[in-house]
Design a protein around this ligand. Structure first.
Ligand SMILES: [Zn+2]
Length: 129
């Protein structure tokens, strides 16, 4: 993979990281403002649902941030674009869609089969597209 491609993908990763960070700080701000109101909420299930959604989103963002950070680390280490399982090169086409991919499509698919997951691991990625 040439350096220009790596630096384009690196910029994309940094942009995503920044938007995730700002999403998280926005959520924290909203939390703070609505805390007083939430104390008056009579319908507990609404409050619980709101809390659950927020938790789920922040878990998701945390996971995305971890993935992005480790992709940035791989760029620094010079191992970016190499599958962590089989050490094959991850096709550029895949990296353009998921610059934070740590596995090639084959390994990703066999991992998902082993975990019994049929759902795609791309939920929420559409936030950025
Ligand atoms: Zn692989």
């Amino acid at each position: 993979m040439n350096l220009k491609t790596v630096s384009i993908l690196k910029n994309e990763l940094i942009e995503k990281k920044n938007s995730l960070n700002s999403l998280q700080s926005q959520t924290r701000k909203i939390d703070h403002e609505s805390e007083a109101e939430l104390k008056d909420v009579i319908d507990r299930s609404d409050a619980e649902e709101a809390w659950f959604n927020k938790e789920r989103m922040s878990q998701h963002w945390k996971l995305e941030l971890t993935r992005i950070n480790s992709a940035l680390n791989r760029i620094e280490a010079g191992t970016f674009g190499v599958c962590e399982d089989c050490e094959d090169e991850i096709p550029l086409k895949r990296l353009r869609v998921r610059p934070d991919a740590a596995l090639c499509l084959n390994c990703q698919e066999s991992n998902e089969r082993e975990a019994g997951q049929t759902q795609k691991a791309t939920i929420g990625f559409s936030l950025f597209h």
